[in-house]
Each structure stands twice: as structure tokens, then as C-alpha cells.
Design a protein around this ligand. Structure first.
Ligand code: TXA
Ligand code: MG
Length: 323
């Protein structure tokens, strides 16, 4: 049984109690819903991996109600402090050297000597994190390899019966995951484009290196960069200038010709609106398209700037060959 908790004082209090007792609770953030567990409790963290079917080598982000709490578990550089000041609470995750005294479980960090930390910008999530008063490990609340959830209903579609509760705080405002920035080396490296744009980060941190997509045989630098990810069951075709009658269409701006089944990301080609609707669109077209016998999802081009980078990154993974 998975309980659905409303995001009021009672619901948040119950969610915090469950987390402190070692149970798993999904909760909304401004990016996507996270599958939360007490990051200091090895058994709770292990059950996150089990509930998602996630490979153990892929480390988790620890979530905090404020920068001061996050910086108790990692060693912040000057750039880290400036970025935290500018972006937290918000959709930026910082990878930093882990402090020797950190109580975050080794399993959460997949044995690495770094730790990914973030302070989300969602009122209910912040209240929950403050009530738990421990770091909360939270990957996106989907089964591994599937599309990330931006509503409580999306979470339940994948994890009902596998987690204690979901705290329903409504749809996520940003809609794509946080930007992951590695500050543990000599220069900042962008490991995953996300809700905080590279342009905005560079305005504060200076030039940022783009993490090269890891070769299949490498030890992955950010293991979540596995090529095939965010995959709906229908195949995805990017940069579609037209759609076949048996294709479902994910439109951006004026829909191109051909498709009957259309989900509009943003009529006005607004990247912020498109990011917020992306995962719901993929899920909706996948479900409807499958029922209507569509053979795939065609996606119109999205510009590679601002949030468009995160959108295209997720779409490329959805379109990547699967093994
Ligand atoms: O927006 C988000 O970041 C959401 C919400 C719930 O906060 N969480 C999320 O978690 O997307 P997840 O587990 O789906 O993605 C975390 C990413 C993965 O690509 C993982 O490999 C990377 O962060 N990561 C975590 N710890 C890392 C570390 N120590 N070094 C490098 N990459 C790390
Ligand atoms: Mg994920």
C-alpha cells in the first residue's frame, strides 16, 4: 500500500515521521518528484535502489533545507558558495568533496569520495526537509530507465505498492531535473544539463566544461549519464520536420503536418513552458499512442539554448538505441 499524503501540516508531518523511521516517501520538488529516504540510514538507501531497480553504482543526490546544512556534509569551494548563494534554493546540484565526518551512507554515494548536494526550491519540500532534519537521498521517483515523474499520479504509475507514501504537492514547476555541476576538480564540469541554465551558471562561475558523454567501457563520471534513459515504450525520433500518420507528435510551436495525435509542449515556443510539460507529454503520447497503434513518437526541433539544452538532453536519451 502506498499512502497519498496531502501537502499540509499533517501530511508533511506524517511524511517526515515515515522518513525518520527508515521508510520511503516520494515528494514533489520544483524539478521532478524525488524518491526520498534517510540518507544516513544504509537500509533506507538500499531500499531506494531496490524500489527503483537502480544500479548500485549510480550515486544519489542528498537534499537539504538550507545551504548551511548541505555544507556540513561537503567541503564547499569559493565557487560553490557563490553558486549556492545565487541558485539555492533552486534546480542546481553541486558535486563536492565529501567531509570526513559526513553521516551520509556510503551506499548513497556509491562509494565515491564526492557527494552531490542540493537545496530544492519547493515550499513543501523545504518544510519536509526541515522536519526530517537529516539529509534526504532522493533520485527521481520513477523506475530506473523510465520517464521522470512531474505529478503524484506519475509516481504512483511506477511505484505504487513499492513505497510507503507520496506527498502530493501538485505538478512540478520546472519539470526537468536539476543541473549537476561537478566542483570537485580544478575546473567546474557540467555533468547534466538541467533546470539551472549553463548561461546563468557561467555568469557566476565563469566558463564551465561540458562533461563528455562517457564511453560505454569507462567508469562513468556521472553514472546517470547512461545513454538510454527517460525511455517511453514507443521509439522516439528527434528533429522531426513532419510526422507520418501513424506517428504521435510532440509539438513545439506551430505543429508540423501529418500527425493526428499531438501533444503541444508550448504553442508560443516558450522553453520554460516546454520543460514543465516535457515528461507529461512523453508519458501521455506513449500511453495514447500505444492504445491507438502508433509506431513511434516524432519530436519537433527544440533550440539548443537555455532550458532547451536540458530538454534536448532528455529527448536524446529517450531516442537513444536501447539494448
Ligand atoms: O532534480 C533532481 O536532481 C531530482 C530531484 C528529486 O532532486 N533528482 C534526480 O536524481 O534527478 P537522479 O538520481 O535521478 O539523478 C542524479 C544524478 C545522476 O546522474 C547521478 O549519477 C548524479 O546525479 N550524481 C549523484 N551523485 C554524484 C556524484 N557524487 N558524482 C557525480 N554525479 C553524481
Ligand atoms: Mg533519474
Amino acid at each position: 500500500m502506498t499512502e497519498i499524503l496531502q501537502a499540509n501540516s499533517d501530511g508533511i508531518g506524517q511524511a517526515a515521521e515515515l522518513l525518520r523511521a527508515g521508510s520511503l516517501v516520494a515528494f514533489g520538488t520544483e524539478t521532478v518528484y524525488g524518491l526520498g529516504g534517510d540518507a544516513t540510514d544504509a537500509a533506507a538507501v538500499a531500499s531506494i535502489f531496490a524500489a527503483k531497480g537502480r544500479p548500485r553504482f549510480n550515486p544519489l543526490i542528498s537534499h537539504y533545507p538550507a545551504a548551511a546544512a548541505a555544507f556540513e556534509d561537503v567541503v564547499p569551494s569559493g565557487i560553490a558558495r557563490r553558486l549556492a548563494e545565487a541558485f539555492w534554493p533552486g534546480p542546481l546540484t553541486l558535486v563536492l568533496p565529501r567531509k570526513a565526518g559526513s553521516h551520509v551512507s556510503q551506499i548513497a554515494a556509491a562509494g565515491l569520495d564526492t557527494l552531490a548536494v542540493r537545496v530544492p526550491a519547493q515550499r513543501d519540500a523545504l518544510r519536509l526537509l526541515a522536519a526530517v532534519n537529516r539529509p534526504v537521498a532522493a533520485p527521481s521517483a520513477n523506475r530506473s530507465g523510465q520517464v521522470s515523474p512531474t505529478t503524484a499520479a506519475h509516481v504512483l504509475a511506477g511505484l505504487r505498492g513499492r513505497i510507503a507514501a507520496v506527498l502530493d504537492s501538485g505538478p512540478c514547476a520546472v519539470g526537468v531535473e536539476s543541473t549537476v555541476l561537478d566542483l570537485s576538480g580544478a575546473r567546474p564540469v557540467l555533468l547534466r544539463p538541467g533546470g539551472a541554465t549553463a548561461e546563468a551558471i557561467e555568469a557566476i562561475a565563469g566558463p564551465v566544461e561540458i562533461g563528455a558523454p562517457p564511453a560505454a567501457t569507462d567508469v562513468l563520471r556521472s553514472p546517470g549519464q547512461l545513454a538510454s534513459h527517460y525511455a517511453p515504450s514507443l521509439p522516439v525520433r528527434m528533429d522531426a520536420r513532419g510526422a507520418a500518420p501513424d506517428e504521435a507528435l510532440l509539438a513545439f510551436g506551430q505543429p508540423c503536418q501529418g500527425a493526428d495525435l499531438v501533444y503541444q509542449l508550448s504553442e508560443t515556443a516558450d522553453l520554460v513552458e516546454a520543460a514543465a510539460r516535457l515528461f507529461d507529454g512523453l508519458r501521455w503520447l506513449d500511453a495514447k499512442g500505444t492504445r491507438h497503434g502508433a509506431r513511434g513518437i516524432a519530436v519537433m526541433p527544440v533550440p539548443e539554448r537555455g532550458l532547451g539544452r536540458a530538454i534536448n538532453d532528455r529527448l536524446r536519451r529517450a531516442a537513444a538505441p536501447r539494448d
